[in-house]
Design a protein around this ligand. Structure first.
Ligand SMILES: Nc1ncnc2c1ncn2[C@@H]1O[C@H](COP(=O)(O)OP(=O)(O)OP(=O)(O)O)[C@@H](O)[C@H]1O
Length: 608
């Protein structure tokens, strides 16, 4: 299983990372400015309400008059309407920024996943990538939009309240605000604790997503091996740990709020005591005391919100760093600047400079290892002529797929060169090579969609007629026509509604349509019925015509017509020649062939 890539991240707020995330919100800059203005208005209105109450008490109640009451009511109603209007606006704007930012990050992440090399997929779990592009991205969208709402509103209200209190009575203001240092200290302590627990929860969540992924994609194997109890047990342990971490976080949260409320109440009591005395002494009005009481209670809300948002920023920073680590990962296999200059990029290819590919391939002292120290190929040499049909045989794990992976430049040699048409293939672009390369995998992958759409992947601009023609040449037409919706039959996720043989025939049709100059076939090991096998055989013959081709052969009877057979053992070529030559040589190939021949005949004999 691939590692989870779950690193530890910084506790401090890293503005560099947030700057990178904010880049994705750039298209919504105008929305953000408008949102900030709306939040300042909402905050200012929140500060104005206790002042309105103060005026009502001092003017109407204490003054025992109703003069100006209608005007007062009018202002109050206008304030309420304006508040409702701005709150609606903030919800719409924040919603747009939230979903827009998520969309931009996901788009960049998905594009990057398309570009990354096989080496990245070798070491990164699918569940990890999924968690980054789903829950982490959602968290970042929420933080950018709603975090900004709370911060701008919070600061406006706090500054507004402090300002008004100082103007009304600075001595009482000092009393009212004296609880702030204690509150800040408590907030920081608890928010860090809460943050730590949530970080733990998220880490476990990542593991659980990974388990879900493996559990679902490996459901058939799990059942076949009857290892459901083991999987259930492992999953139970993981969810149990997540439960404990979540409870820890909930306990800290449940302690934090009552403590903050108690400190707030102490502050209020102080104001009531000092303010009450001041009212009795005639130093302040009753209305001013009421406003002070309201402000003291109101002051803690934004303070709490800001403390929460800051710690959420710290917590979301881990998500931000992970998302950036995915979105900004550079693929291992890339074209150099000179090549890009001449051949263009995948988005902007300069096809006018692409030489017609002939298909002459040479391995020159190639050494390769997937992991440091575990050499798979060492000083491997091979020369393949244009149009030659090469079969590669050997024990499992001998390095057959590695050879073709290197030809396809899915990986690059650690030492030595691969020369195509006289030039190191790194001196031409990946796009140039891949546009003229066909690869039919052992268990071919089809995309959700119809058969027609799947064949069209070979040549996106192909007409329906061209697709049907290719399917006929690939001998796939017959089984497709028999299906209920013919070419419009849905193949299911990954082609799950078709058999392996049918999937291979569709892949052949796709390859014929693409008309590659270099063709790689990883022969299916799973048994297909004799009828399909015959069709695959015929389609193979047809597709190999006039192309440089490589067949990783598992059934040796299918490669008798190859121009050359390479016998690979432990990353080395131990024999090469035509079928006839190798049989006469009575070496390794002869042994492999006779063993398989005996086995196949035995099976045939037993089944008759
Ligand atoms: N992505 C990978 N990461 C690490 N090691 C790998 C990877 N792919 C293959 N290997 C290792 O490299 C060696 C050669 O593997 P390769 O797939 O080329 O063998 P093969 O001859 O094609 O086998 P098979 O017939 O089973 O497909 C094996 O030891 C294998 O475990």
């Amino acid at each position: 299983m691939t590692v989870l890539n779950e690193e530890e991240f910084n506790e401090k707020i890293d503005f560099g990372i947030w700057k990178k995330i904010l880049e994705f919100a750039k298209p919504y800059r105008k929305h953000m400015i408008l949102l900030a203005v709306v939040m300042i208005i909402v905050g200012a209105q929140d500060v104005a309400i206790p002042l309105m109450t103060k005026y009502a008490i001092d003017h109407f109640i204490n003054g025992k008059t109703t003069s100006g009451l209608y005007f007062y009511l009018g202002v109050y109603i206008l304030l309420a309407i304006s508040q409702a209007f701005h709150v609606r606006m903030l919800i719409v704007l924040a919603g747009k920024i939230d979903s827009g930012t998520c969309y931009q990050i996901r788009k960049a992440g998905f594009n990057r996943l398309q570009e990354l090399s096989f080496t990245y997929y070798d070491k990164t779990a699918v569940g990890w990538m999924m968690a980054r592009l789903t829950s982490d991205v959602q968290k970042l969208g929420d933080m950018i939009a709603w975090g900004m709402v709370d911060i701008v509103w919070g600061f406006t209200v706090m500054i507004g309240i402090a300002g008004v209190m100082v103007v009304l009575n600075w001595k009482l203001a000092i009393f009212a605000l004296s609880a702030i240092p204690a509150l800040l200290f408590i907030s920081k302590y608890f928010q860090n604790k809460i943050l730590g627990s949530y970080r733990e929860v998220r880490k476990l969540n990542s593991k659980i997503t990974s388990s879900f992924n493996e559990g679902i994609s490996g459901a058939k194997t799990t059942k076949a091996l009857a290892c459901e109890p083991k999987n259930i047990n492992e999953f139970k342990n993981q969810t149990g740990e997540m439960y404990s971490a979540s409870v820890r976080a909930a306990i800290f949260s449940s302690l934090y709020l009552p403590i903050v409320i108690s400190i707030g109440s102490i502050g209020t009591a102080l104001v009531l005591w000092k303010g009450g005395n001041a009212v009795s002494a005639g130093a302040i009005t009753f209305g001013t005391l009421t406003a002070f009481l309201a402000y003291t209670i109101q002051f803690f809300d934004p303070l709490r919100e800001i403390a929460r948002v800051i710690s959420e920023f710290q917590s979301a920073q881990a998500a931000a760093e992970r998302v950036i680590s995915l979105v900004k990962t550079e693929p291992d296999i890339v074209d150099n600047a000179e090549v890009i200059e001449k051949y263009g990029t995948s988005n902007n290819p300069k096809k006018e400079n692409w030489e017609e590919i002939e298909g002459e391939i040479e391995f020159e002292n190639v050494s390769f290892a997937y992991k440091k120290g575990e050499q798979v190929l060492k000083n491997f040499n091979l020369k393949v002529k244009k149009g030659e049909k090469i079969a590669i045989v050997g024990e499992t794990g001998s390095g057959k797929s590695t050879i073709v992976n290197l030809i396809c430049r899915f990986y690059e040699p650690n030492e030595g060169r691969i020369i195509i048409d006289g030039k190191d293939y790194k001196d031409r672009s990946l796009g140039w090579l891949h546009s003229r390369l066909g690869y039919v995998l052992q268990s071919p992958h089809l995309f959700s969609g119809t058969i027609m759409e799947n064949i069209r992947y070979g040549k996106l601009e192909a007409s329906d007629e061209e697709i049907i023609e290719a399917a006929k040449l690939a001998k796939a037409d017959e089984f497709i026509e028999k299906m209920e919706n013919g070419y419009n039959t849905e193949v299911g996720e990954g082609g799950s509604r078709l058999s392996t043989g049918e999937k291979q025939l569709i892949s052949f049709a796709r390859a014929i349509l693409a008309d590659p100059k270099i063709f790689v076939l990883d022969e299916a090991t799973s048994s297909v019925d004799t009828e399909t096998e015959k069709k695959i055989q015929e389609a193979t013959e047809m597709i190999l015509e006039k192309r440089t081709s490589f067949i990783i052969a598992h059934r040796l009877s299918t490669i008798k017509n190859a121009d050359r057979i390479l016998v690979i053992d432990n990353g080395k070529m131990i024999e090469e020649g035509s079928h006839h030559e190798l049989i006469l040589k009575k070496g390794h190939y002869f042994k492999l062939y006779s063993n398989q021949f005996i086995e196949e005949n035995e099976v045939q004999y037993l089944s008759n």
